[in-house]
Design a protein around this ligand. Sequence first.
Ligand SMILES: Cc1cc2nc3c(=O)[nH]c(=O)nc-3n(C[C@H](O)[C@H](O)[C@H](O)COP(=O)(O)O)c2cc1C
Length: 170
Amino acid sequence: MHVLIAYATAHGSTQGIAEHLGKVLAAHGADVEVRSAGDVDAIDGYDVFVIGSAVHDQRWLPTAVDLVRRHAGELSGHPVWLFSVGMPGALRRPLNRWAYAEEPKLLAQFEGVLEPLGHRLLSGVVRPDQLPWTGRLAFRAIGGRYGDYRDWSEIEAWAATIAATSAIDS
Ligand SMILES: Cc1cc2nc3c(=O)[nH]c(=O)nc-3n(C[C@H](O)[C@H](O)[C@H](O)COP(=O)(O)O)c2cc1C
């Protein structure tokens, strides 16, 4: 089973998640390539696709959106899994609901374009130097805490689901 994991990142945390997904899927027996979405030209030869992006202003980064839109026709015949990397982990309850509420908006970017088998909104890394001053003010106002919120066991469990559902394990 040949798996392409394509990601778009601004500050590296999404790449780290993509690489970890790749390691877990490889351990399940997949032949995995992990590539930056902007470097992917052709997508023939892959059986399963895992495509993810950092979230900025409740949207994916353009290179990942472009990849999906450009190859929507080819992708539609294959299992496709999407993941978004945002900041739900950086917000306390109940304000983290705001972050999870962006999930429908993220999926709406691909409405009528692609029907993924699944989508995960994962927590990434939020550091003050990544945000403009307006973003830092807004982040403080909503009680955000800076840090690395990547949940590796959640990521591994999701990879196991992908492996089981996409016939990688068989
Ligand atoms: C300019 C900017 C805007 C962001 N907007 C959102 C957002 O709308 N929703 C969200 O959940 N996270 C948002 N984040 C948090 C990032 O998605 C999070 O830091 C993620 O880990 C970034 O991934 P990366 O390290 O791969 O770039 C934003 C971060 C930045 C720098």
